[in-house]
Design a protein around this ligand. Structure first.
Ligand SMILES: NC(=O)c1ccc[n+]([C@@H]2O[C@H](COP(=O)([O-])OP(=O)(O)OC[C@H]3O[C@@H](n4cnc5c(N)ncnc54)[C@H](O)[C@@H]3O)[C@@H](O)[C@H]2O)c1
Ligand SMILES: N[C@@H](CCO)C(=O)O
Ligand code: NA
Length: 428
């Protein structure tokens, strides 16, 4: 019999348990496809005795996950613990140093330490694969790195956090305020242990940093991403967007501009009838544009036991088949430094402000926008019963820098109440 590929799995939570199930359930068909068996030698997690609904009694147990890297009966270390530092980083580094291939689902670790880890893995000649880390079950990394490798990528955009998409679509469908739906998502167990990772856009920005590295040949750099969360989105914003045939999405965009590659993960308005606008619930979507292929739209589950295990297994199978690729698609030492976050791409913006209802208030805000060089396309003051007047502005194409300047000048007029909301409109 051909020698098996032996896995050491660190982390037996949602993804780890899913992987164990997949290895057990599809063993025969995977062996038929790969030409050799894929087996689990050893596992590690916080609790050995927890009932996970899978039999792990046939695998060696390690209390210390880093010990998996030292085991002679482990060929591939699969890191499914999570966390940007701590044992996940120690294990990944130890596995690379020990000459073992690594498969990871850990977007935080890779977005923050991916460059150093990639250089170490390539110097040591081992694989470091992470399909599960970006858009879960969607084979987006494989698409970019292999199927689309002949293209000059011009833009990548997408919805990469299912929890935010669930919250935004549920607010619209049920007409519920943000706080109520946030609590629902919490009850349903959708939120990360630190919910800011989801609603602050951080988790999605980690994913975008990884895709941008592969698509545009830059070092993964979370700090180069202009970041905004969905916490300030109100049901009024969602209704106003719907009135204009638009929907609000936490949208990642990485695109070439005159200044270089600009990366943003912010709530944006997209046409309601576009593929991104139609995306409901916890599903993810990534739209990739290249000079030859034009546009590819990938849609699927971004999280969950089965979908994430599917992605991990795809990486393991590539390793079993002997496929060797640079971690980010080209040698890590040749990746360029990304430019600092500062969005200069020109787009129309949606601006919502609440003004004190007194003579001249609207004129003062209009003047502030003018002073910042922001041209108004449409402006609407909504009907209101009290002394505060909600005002919606749609601008002609401008930059986020100009919009932020306009908001700062508007705040100085003394007629604006509360925090304005400014969202880019991604028209195409
Ligand atoms: N859950 C998903 O749908 C999903 C999707 C994509 C990526 N991911 C990523 O996959 C990884 C795992 O996610 P999960 O949802 O399975 O997490 P989880 O919390 O369900 O499971 C984590 C597992 O790791 C173990 N673990 C954590 N810290 C440990 C430590 N210090 N020492 C030993 N064991 C430790 C825990 O005991 C547990 O078995 C994370 O990086 C996550 O971001 C998850
Ligand atoms: N919290 C993430 C999990 C998958 O990475 C999400 O909601 O998409
Ligand atoms: Na994926």
């Amino acid at each position: 019999m051909t020698h098996p590929l032996r896995l050491g799995i660190a982390g037996l939570g949602t993804v780890g348990t899913g992987l164990v199930k997949l290895v057990q359930t599809n063993a025969a068909l995977i062996e038929a496809r790969v030409g050799r068996p894929i087996e689990i030698s050893a596992v590690s997690a916080r609790s050995r005795s927890r009932n996970r609904g899978v039999d792990i009694s046939g695998y060696a147990w390690e209390d210390d996950p880093v010990a998996l890297a030292r085991r002679d009966d482990v060929d591939v270390v699969v890191e499914l613990m999570g966390g940007e530092n701590g044992p996940a980083k120690a294990l990944t580094e130890a596995a690379i140093a020990a000459g073992k291939d690594v498969v990871s689902a850990n977007k935080a670790l890779l977005a923050l330490h991916g460059q150093a880890l990639a250089e170490a893995a390539e110097a040591r000649g081992v694989a470091l694969r992470f399909e599960a880390a970006v858009a879960g079950g969607i084979p987006v990394i494989k698409s970019l790195m292999e199927g689309l490798a002949g293209n000059r990528i011009t833009r990548i955009k997408g919805v990469m956090n299912g929890t935010c998409n669930y919250i935004l679509t549920r607010m619209e469908d049920a007409g519920l305020p943000y706080d109520t739906v946030f609590e629902e998502a919490n009850q349903l167990g959708y939120l990360e242990a630190d919910p800011t990772l989801d609603v602050g856009g951080i988790d999605a920005a980690h994913k975008l940093a990884l895709l941008a590295a592969i698509g545009f040949g830059v070092q993964p750099n979370f700090d180069a991403i202009e970041l905004g969360g969905i916490e300030k989105i109100s049901i009024e914003d969602i209704r106003a967007a719907a009135d204009m045939g638009l929907r609000i999405k936490l949208l990642g965009v990485a695109q070439m501009t005159g200044r270089g590659l600009e990366q943003s993960m912010t709530p944006c308005l997209v046409p309601a009838d576009s593929p991104l606008g139609q995306l409901k619930g916890g599903t993810n979507m990534v739209v990739i544009e290249g000079d030859a292929v034009e546009q590819v739209v990938l849609r699927g589950p971004g999280a969950g036991e089965g979908p994430t295990a599917s992605a991990v297994m795809g990486d393991v199978i590539d390793i079993a088949r002997g496929l060797r690729l640079p971690v980010f698609g080209q040698p890590a030492t040749t990746l360029a430094q990304p430019i600092a976050a500062r969005a200069t791409a020109s787009k129309p913006f949606y601006l919502r402000m609440t003004l004190m209802d007194k003579p001249g208030a609207l004129a003062k805000v209009a003047e502030a926008l003018g002073l910042a060089g922001v041209s108004i396309n449409r402006m609407r003051q909504q009907g209101h019963a009290d002394t505060r007047a909600p005002v919606l502005v749609i601008t002609h194409k401008t930059t986020r820098d100009a919009i932020e300047h306009a908001v700062a000048l508007s705040l100085k007029t003394g007629v604006v109440v509360g925090d304005p909301v400014a969202l880019a409109i991604e028209e195409d």
